[in-house]
Write a protein of this length. Structure first.
Length: 301
């Protein structure tokens, strides 16, 4: 049966199927009913833990949304992930369990489409969430959800299902996810311009965020199936137990100096990174205390 809704403040002339004019509606009505959703994940620096929740009647197929197939209500989904930014991009930030859907349509969506001027963004490539019991993904088992805009970076095994531009992948017992920011000596001047000339927080297609490297999981020979790493060097991705780590190849050669920060790896997990260097290369490796850490505390060596 076709769903319908009750407007908050009504319309001068109620929109009708096949030729509606949303301009006849109160802005509160037209905006809400074309874009409502259950939960919007934030884009960086947050920890969302969502449990024991039921989402009802979250769907876009009600009568006044059809409008001749013009997708008037594409903004409606249970979950929305923010994908507009090359500047503010996600680590692993969200986890769900015991999620239920009742009379709901699309489970999740991205806030921008590939046809938008922004195209594929860094935030679009890194979108992910951990579904601890498979109820949000509807797989019924522990599941990693990750963006298909990063090629097959988030496709962790052959049992993954592609749904709404994301892979929902059943996880093996030792599978996990991790995140790290990699800054370089070679591209330091570009990194200093993030948010001010390149890698913007949303744009009209005129601000680039250059890709510097490709990352792939050990054992994957096709680099195009992996993650494109941009000037904004945050990398977030799955730790596939049967793989072992990430291989990173910079297009112009591995920079002489690399700085790793904001490392997000669970204590029980290991993140192994591999980069190509000429045979015989010697390394100086050291750990630097956080800027807020006072050496007088005796714990910053």
């Amino acid at each position: 049966a076709t769903n319908n809704i009750t407007f908050f403040n009504g319309c001068k002339e109620a929109p009708t199927e096949g030729g509606s004019d949303w301009g006849n509606c109160n802005p509160r009505d037209s905006t809400f009913f074309r874009n409502f959703g259950g939960f919007q994940w934030y884009d960086v620096g947050q920890q969302h833990i969502l449990t024991d929740s039921t989402f009802r009647n979250c769907r876009a197929d009600w009568k006044r949304c059809s409008n001749g197939g013009t997708h008037e209500c594409d903004g409606v989904a249970v979950f929305t992930s923010l994908t507009h930014s090359d500047q503010f991009v996600p680590e692993q930030m969200q986890i769900t369990s015991n999620i239920k859907y009742e009379n709901s349509g699309q489970l999740w969506r991205y806030s921008t489409s590939l046809q938008d001027p922004t195209g594929v963004t860094v935030s679009g490539r890194l979108q992910n969430w951990y579904d601890a019991d498979g109820t949000a993904s509807t797989l019924g088992v522990r599941t990693q959800i990750g963006s298909a805009r990063a090629n097959d970076w988030w496709k962790t095994n052959d049992k993954c299902q592609l749904y709404a531009e994301a892979y929902r992948c059943p996880m093996n017992p030792q599978d996990a996810a991790a995140s790290v920011i990699i800054q370089t000596s070679t591209y330091k001047s570009d990194e200093e311009r993030i948010g001010n000339g390149i890698c913007a927080n949303g744009h009209s297609g005129d601000i680039v965020c250059p890709v510097l490297a490709q990352a792939s999981h050990f054992g994957i020979t096709d680099e195009k199936a992996g993650l494109s790493v941009a000037v904004n060097g945050k990398m977030t991705g799955p730790l596939i137990a049967g793989s072992g780590g990430w291989f990173i190849r910079y297009t112009q050669g591995t920079p002489k100096t690399l700085t790793f920060s904001s490392v997000q790896v669970a204590m029980k997990d290991n993140l192994l990174l591999a980069l190509p260097y000429p045979a015989g290369t010697q390394f100086n490796i050291y750990h630097k205390g956080a800027a807020w850490c006072d050496p007088s505390w005796g714990i910053c060596s």
